[in-house]
Write a protein that binds this ligand. Sequence first.
Ligand SMILES: C/C(=C\COP(=O)(O)OP(=O)(O)O)CCC[C@H](C)CCC[C@H](C)CCCC(C)C
Ligand SMILES: O=C(O)C1=CC(=O)c2ccccc2C1=O
Length: 304
Amino acid sequence: MTTVSSSPTSFKLWLAAIKPPMYTVAIIPIWVGTAVAVAEQHLFNLRIFSTFLMAAILIIAWLNLSNDVFDSETGIDKNKAHSLVNLTGNKSLIFSLANLCLILGLAGIVAIAVWQQDVTVLTLIIGCCALGYSYQGPPFRLGYRGLGEPICFLTFGPMALAAAYYSQTQSWQGLLHHPIPFLVASSFIGISTSIILFCSHFHQVEDDQAAGKRSPIVRLGTQRGATLLNYATGLMFLALAMAISLGYLSPWVLLTFLSLPIAIQLCRHVQRHHNQPQQVSNCKFIAVNLHFLSGLLLGIGLTL
Ligand SMILES: C/C(=C\COP(=O)(O)OP(=O)(O)O)CCC[C@H](C)CCC[C@H](C)CCCC(C)C
Ligand SMILES: O=C(O)C1=CC(=O)c2ccccc2C1=O
């Protein structure tokens, strides 16, 4: 078990275990789902938005803390010094903290349901959490079968954006009349979030194989994984460009293309280092930068 000291290395390990940049995955779907509502219905409720944002951050904290707990049970994290379970040596403490985050996060969503007298948002978010659990928790552990990316697409894309949209509008009317902006925006965010998860597998092939985890990179190999990353990234921006040129999205959405250099940096980096675990290990954080900047700009573009 790793001993906890107060050296700079230990500080870095704690930072890597807590993963502050990863919390942007909670912010962006709420931001973009709300932006679609603002663009279509000219509605914005700050109390609902800020409550939803805090609840989403707590749900991501649950997801990450419980991931370390469940992974400690399969042995997949035995070489991972920046696992919170390895750092503290106290699995039940981390599990209790995870459950506290989930309860507080869901309490925020329940508050929205009570204020609005409507359980639609709560139902969608409970669905997201159940799918998040099925990714990593027993007896499902669907991530071990390579199903993480489709789950990630569905939950962080259409489901989370629909929940954020509905929390502002309390109606599906606008979406039913003009579904294209929602479909394009939610696919964009679904793909960019799945790219983060996809990139997190490149440097872990050996540990994943040893623990019986059939991640997409274990299944495809790193070279084909790098090629698939190019296609997924290209598709994301191509769909956006088509929706803008066909007049479904405002030209302001072109602002999103300011994040294209990060997409190019990510694809080049992975193409060059896909089979060098040490060098490719930071690609997940390039993917986080791409997801954050593109999502931020997409939300701004939609509301202008
Ligand atoms: C915990 C996740 C990935 C870590 O996976 P892995 O074990 O391979 O990595 P480590 O090496 O770091 O251990 C993310 C998994 C995401 C999951 C497929 C879907 C989660 C859905 C969320 C609950 C949705 C929340 C929506 C929110 C905005 C309200
Ligand atoms: O620790 C990780 O690798 C991830 C954590 C996380 O919360 C997340 C959320 C959405 C997509 C990917 C990821 C991770 O890869």
